[in-house]
Design a protein around this ligand. Structure first.
Ligand SMILES: [Cu+2]
Length: 141
């Protein structure tokens, strides 16, 4: 009985240690990513982006602030290894085309920006909802 208590004690120590580690390393991960924030509001995409560079890990944080269900879809990550995180679930794939968002929900799309130019995204539910990201080529930076 005593040893079982000890075991749980170690589990607790491990959990706390991992928690600290995660807190400490998360900002480092975050800094190495270029972040694009896309907010969905009033049937529009509102995009906040800095200078995006090719070949860098990128995260697109999509937030649906509307009362309707929307979709963020794009060909910009088509064929690329992409990670989509939504509701605590992470999906990996190469054929991911986007993410559906229920009202007041958000999602994070992670991939390596590897094609220059303008990249359009749209809502498949409301086809007149569009937006775009501009990617500079490495030479232009
Ligand atoms: Cu929509």
């Amino acid at each position: 009985m005593n040893s079982q208590k000890l075991q749980w004690g170690w589990v607790l120590v491990l959990a706390v240690t991992c928690g600290f580690w995660w807190e400490a390393t998360e900002p480092i991960f975050a800094q190495s990513e270029q972040v694009v924030e896309v907010t969905i509001k009033d049937f529009k995409f509102v995009t906040k982006q800095g200078v995006l560079r090719l070949g860098f890990p990128t995260v697109i944080k999509v937030k649906n602030e509307a009362a309707e269900r929307h979709d963020f879809g794009s060909t910009m990550f088509e064929g690329l290894p992409t990670q989509i995180e939504k509701d605590g679930v992470i999906v990996y794939g190469r054929g991911l085309g986007g993410v559906f968002l229920d009202p007041k929900r958000d999602a994070a799309i992670r991939f390596n920006m590897s094609r220059p130019g303008r990249h359009e995204f749209r809502c498949s539910i409301h086809p007149n909802m569009t937006g775009e990201l501009l990617l500079l080529s490495a030479e232009a930076v």
